[in-house]
Design a protein around this ligand. Structure first.
Ligand code: ATP
Length: 440
């Protein structure tokens, strides 16, 4: 079983490279450990994941607005947030082969790689340090943010006042974060540079449990609504001992990856810790004035914190399917149409009788409507369908001899391989209708 799972990851990693989803960073120089680049299909997939998140968190709601804060922040932010002191993982080294492990990722005191003796655990801060300006001294030290959340907390009053928000309301952000992970791995699951999709939802104290319950279900439903099989998703409540000292409750949305159940997203009740800490350290109160009670209150915060790369990997793994066997086998990425990198492929059945020209016109129509599409004339139609199945393209529009007679084309659906005809002038309309249905 374990071997089968490892095989599956290897197959997916190689499919990702071959088809242009994900490449190793700086590959021609031997690669850089734990860093990955998204290729032409991957960048579309990840953008679609982020857009689906933004739609569900911001565009589709009246109570959440977005921001885009800078990666480098005032160093005191990290003192106030507790990251300077507490954002550490226990690290152990193998005395023999020198490999490093996160102490909570190994059992016992022997090295899983070579059986050598492990050192005692010591704390290792995960924040990347750099220098601002030309002088590299202590006063110039700044940190690459290890989470996007703090950019939201420090802007809490700016946003509340500018957008005139009233409790309960949320602030959402998507952006890069950096952690000097001790043991990155499992492809893009754990990397040192990654993208987060975080939302801080501010609620009156006392309403926090209600909203915590709400966001647990809402976030689990988001993954399922975009096609992840329900049996591969679960919520795992944190034990009291796992909770950060300020957190009242925390739950992980987990996905059943080939390497085991692992966190996709954490949803935490962070109490009023963050706003109070930043008020104390900055000397500027981030409390809100409550018109009803005429008192200042520190809202409680419910935080759904997801990773764009982890979610993208889960959507990839879950979509991967092989139908049939031997030379009849077909590899299909069954992406939800909203996530599929290419929505439609315009294909002439053969390279003659004016078919390529008609297909190209359809292709231009699709592009003119900003529908991510592809045009392919080379090799047999079966091969071209197979290439689109492997890229996860939900629809192919094929120009054939009947097109020359009645100006209709075949629409072929990826999952069912069902085919039906629509007018060549109505491909954009038909596909838009299908995509709309899928996006509901
Ligand atoms: P883990 O326990 O896996 O280290 P975490 O609990 O520290 O993760 P959070 O701080 O809750 O993670 O971050 C929120 C989300 O950001 C995670 O659920 C994950 O999707 C994403 N994330 C965190 N660290 C990484 C990483 N090193 N690589 C990719 N994504 C990450």
């Amino acid at each position: 079983m374990a071997e089968k799972a490892a095989d599956l990851m290897t197959t997916i990693v190689s499919l990702c490279k071959r088809r242009g989803f994900i490449f190793q960073s700086s590959e021609i120089y031997g690669g850089l450990n734990s860093c990955w680049d998204y290729g032409p299909l991957g960048v579309e997939l990840k953008r679609n994941v982020k857009e689906a998140w933004w739609k569900s968190m911001v565009w589709g709601r009246r109570d959440i607005v977005g921001i885009d804060a800078s990666i480098l922040m005032h160093p005191t932010v990290w003192e106030a947030s507790g990251h300077l002191k507490g954002f550490t993982d226990p690290l152990v080294d193998c005395k023999k082969c020198k490999t490093r492990f996160r102490a909570d990722h190994v059992t016992g005191s022997t090295c899983p790689e070579c059986g050598g003796e492990l050192t005692q655990p010591r704390n290792f801060n995960l924040m990347f340090k750099t220098f601002m300006g030309p002088v590299e001294d202590d006063s110039a030290v700044v940190y690459m943010r290890p989470e996007t959340a703090q950019g939201i907390f420090v802007n809490f009053l700016n946003v509340q006042q500018a957008a005139r928000m009233k409790l309960p309301f949320g602030i959402a952000q998507i952006g890069k974060s950096f952690r000097n992970e001790i043991t990155p791995g499992n492809f893009t699951y754990r990397t040192r540079e990654f993208e987060q999709m975080e939302m801080e939802f501010f609620v009156p104290p006392g309403d926090d449990e209600k909203w915590y319950a709400y966001w647990r279900e809402e976030r689990l439903g988001w993954y399922a609504g975009l096609g992840i099989r329900k049996e591969n998703l679960r919520l795992r409540d944190h034990e009291k001992s796992e909770l950060a000292h300020y957190a009242k409750a925390c739950v992980d949305v987990e996905y059943n990856f080939p390497f085991g159940w692992s966190e996709l997203e954490g949803i935490a009740n962070r109490t009023d810790f963050d706003l109070k800490q930043h008020s104390q350290h900055s000397g500027k109160s981030l409390a809100l004035f409550d018109e009803d009670t005429k008192e200042h209150v520190f809202p409680f915060v419910i935080e759904p914190a997801a990773g764009a790369d982890r979610a993208t990997l889960a959507f990839l793994v879950d979509a991967y399917d092989v139908e049939g066997e031997g030379k009849d086998a077909r590899t299909v990425l069954r992406f939800h149409p909203a996530l599929a990198p290419i929505k439609v492929a315009a294909l002439p059945l053969v390279k003659r009788e004016g078919m390529p020209e008609i297909a190209e016109k359809i292709y231009n129509d699709l592009l003119g409507n900003s529908i991510s599409s592809f045009f392919d004339v080379n090799s047999s139609i079966g091969r071209r369908y197979a290439r689109q199945d492997e890229a996860g393209t939900p629809f192919c529009a094929t120009v054939d001899s009947q097109t020359l007679q009645d100006n209709t084309v075949t629409i072929r659906e990826r999952d069912t391989r069902q085919q039906y005809r629509v007018s060549a002038d109505k491909v954009v309309e038909a596909v838009t209708e299908k995509l709309k249905g899928a996006n509901r």
